[in-house]
Structures are given as structure tokens and as C-alpha cells.
Design a protein around this ligand. Structure first.
Ligand SMILES: [Zn+2]
Length: 87
């Protein structure tokens, strides 16, 4: 294994991402190019980090309660409308 400085962009054989020109890379027999270990770690960490979660920590009961309240609001609006149009 050699540490080389790329003269042109290359595809890392480890993660499939590009190693930019003028970056250092690990070069193996057969022409395979790999990111430097630190770079590889950074890239891998970024791609395997859990996707940012939408604020969905509302549990099932809370969701059911919200749905119920929304239904009640709709029913209330319908009732108000029926009372209003009765006169
Ligand atoms: Zn890589």
C-alpha cells in the first residue's frame, strides 16, 4: 500500500465515493484507490448516521387522542352549522 496524492479524481474502492484530485489516497496493487482512513470514517459516519427524525415522538395514544379531538372539533363545527341554519 502506498499513500499517493491524486492528480485526478478517483473513485474509492471502499465506499464508492469520489476522492478529489490533489487529495491523499491509499493506493493498492491493481490500481485500487481508497480514501485515507480518517476521511473514510467521516464519510461512512455521515452516510450511516440515522436520518434526522421529524418531531414524531408523539406516541400512539397521543396520536389517537389528537385524531379524536380533531373529529370532535369537526362534529362541533357541523353541529354549530346545523343549529345556525335551523333558525
Ligand atoms: Zn472511501
Amino acid at each position: 500500500m502506498n499513500i499517493i496524492t491524486l492528480t485526478a479524481p478517483a473513485i474509492c474502492a471502499g465506499c464508492g465515493k469520489q476522492v478529489p484530485a490533489s487529495a491523499q489516497a491509499r493506493s493498492y496493487l491493481g490500481g485500487k484507490i481508497y480514501h485515507m482512513p480518517d476521511e473514510e470514517k467521516r464519510l461512512t459516519a455521515r452516510t450511516t448516521a440515522p436520518a434526522p427524525q421529524a418531531p414524531q415522538d408523539i406516541n400512539y395514544l397521543e396520536q389517537a387522542l389528537l385524531a379524536y379531538i380533531e373529529q370532535m372539533q369537526l362534529a362541533l363545527a357541523n353541529l354549530r352549522e346545523r343549529i345556525r341554519t335551523r333558525r
